[in-house]
Design a protein around this ligand. Structure first.
Ligand SMILES: [Zn+2]
Length: 276
């Protein structure tokens, strides 16, 4: 089970300039929604990996403590929420270093990384290795307007620089690739998602679930940024931005029926898979 800890202000659909993606705009949304998730996980004894954004860790350091105290794993999702296409080696290295050092203050040494929007770059694995990261989960083996992961499957494998790659999950049925989690959970529904997770686990020895805190709590309808400018979305984008949010019931359905663990806890299974 994985949760990408970022605010709705970081979502590309709203197209909010990075300088306006602030704690003031978030208004405690990511803290509140993350706490709902922690409570739910506690109720069903779910253990998860939280890929936290450095900015969110800075806004709400109490959240780092709360995730840690509940026995979950903390990994990283970058500092800003820029895709890797908007980075060069140096700027990406700076982001990773900065986020690792924020977490270090709270006694957390992150082992894993997931990129924003499942984007990738040729310097990705080299920089992760340099910063003590041992696994990555930035591959989603599907094609969307933001990335194309179709040259990959979802079984974990060793990628460049000895990094363990744990892709997000898909179920392959002939030419079809059915993805799990996040938007696809909202799209396909809970029963379908449950079936996919079980079937993928059966085939690959591991299935990866993921979602975001902004998916489980209502997002503000009217968004105003600097100078009182209102964010306006065309009809279709607006439908997409708020589609079946909040989906807390969907998550509850899954954690009630499936015993999830964090990535660190799944490494034994991954080794078995890698060794065949
Ligand atoms: Zn993200």
């Amino acid at each position: 089970m994985s949760v990408d800890i970022e605010s709705w202000v970081h979502r590309p659909v709203f197209n909010i300039p990075p300088c306006e993606q602030t704690k003031q705009l978030d208004e405690g949304h990511v803290l509140k929604s993350s706490r709902i998730i922690l409570k739910l996980f506690k109720k069903y004894q779910t253990k998860a990996t939280f890929f936290i954004l450095g900015t969110v860790a800075e806004w709400y350091p109490e959240l780092i403590e709360e995730i840690k105290n509940d026995g979950h794993e903390i990994s990283i999702h970058g500092y800003t929420h820029k895709g890797l296409g908007d980075h060069n080696r140096r700027s990406f290295d700076e982001e990773i270093k900065r986020t690792v050092s924020i977490l270090k203050k709270y006694g957390v040494k992150p082992l894993g990384y997931r990129s924003p929007f499942f984007t990738r770059a040729d310097f990705l694995y080299e920089v992760l290795k340099k910063n003590g990261i041992v696994y990555d989960s930035s591959i989603f083996p599907i094609k969307t307007p933001l990335y194309d992961g179709t040259s990959y499957d979802c079984t974990p494998f060793i990628i460049d620089h000895g990094i363990l790659e744990i892709p997000c999950s898909i179920l392959k049925i002939k030419k079809l690739r059915l993805p799990v989690g996040g938007f696809y959970l909202r799209l396909f529904g809970r029963r379908m998602n449950y079936y996919l997770l079980k079937e993928i686990e059966k085939r690959n020895g591991i299935a990866v679930m993921y979602f975001h805190p902004w998916e489980i709590l209502d997002i503000p309808e009217n968004i105003y940024i600097g100078n009182g400018k209102k964010i306006k979305l065309p009809f279709v984008k607006k439908k997409f931005a708020y589609y079946k949010i909040p989906m807390i019931k969907e998550i509850e359905y899954l954690v009630k029926k499936i015993k999830f663990t964090n990535f660190k806890g799944a490494v034994g299974h991954i080794n078995e898979t890698l060794l065949g």
